[in-house]
Design a protein around this ligand. Structure first.
Ligand code: ZN
Length: 172
């Protein structure tokens, strides 16, 4: 299994929930971050795991559906998901939400506005003021960027930086 990026990996943008500087996959519901709901459903006592902070920072997709398959799978929602484009004004629907850029490779399922990938690595985070995070509106993204040893960048810089690392697709 080749877990190293291909020469020209895909680039995408996605949101995580930040907890103790760790980046977690999950969903945002009514102003709250819910980590890995599909996994929690089958293994409620298993603690959610952040994307790895190890040297290579490579996350590997896994499907938590009842009859699992190799992720990503076309007729499922598994895989490491990202949008092709970073919104003009990226929304932060919870106090622990953060946007960032990833490079992705391996098996890829392309969708209308983004893709789901087998392997991904975060390469930069968005330096944004989060008005929902009253106590630390700037701090969570900064802590996560430090933990993953990746830059914290303003929107346009993040898009440009991502473009140096791989292929940016558009959704039109
Ligand atoms: Zn699946």
């Amino acid at each position: 299994m080749n877990v190293e990026p291909v020469e020209r990996p895909l680039v995408g943008f996605r949101r995580w929930g930040v907890r103790r500087a760790g980046l977690y996959s999950g969903i945002f519901v009514a102003g709250r971050f819910v980590p890995t709901p599909a996994r929690t459903m089958i293994a409620p006592r298993v603690k959610p795991m952040p994307w790895p902070t190890s040297d290579d920072r490579v996350a590997v997709a896994k499907c938590w559906a009842l009859r699992g398959h190799d992720a990503p799978f076309a007729n499922c929602n598994c895989g490491l998901s990202a949008y092709y484009e970073l919104p003009e004004e990226p929304d932060l629907p919870a106090r622990d939400a953060v946007w960032g850029a990833i490079v992705a490779w391996g098996r890829i399922v392309e969708c209308e506005t983004g893709f789901r990938a087998q392997f991904a690595r975060p390469i930069g985070l968005l330096d944004a003021y989060n008005p929902l995070d009253f106590a630390r509106p700037l701090k969570r993204a900064r802590d996560a960027a430090a933990a993953y040893a990746i830059p914290l960048l303003a929107r346009d810089e993040l898009v440009a930086y991502a473009g140096w690392h791989g292929e940016l697709l558009t959704d039109d």
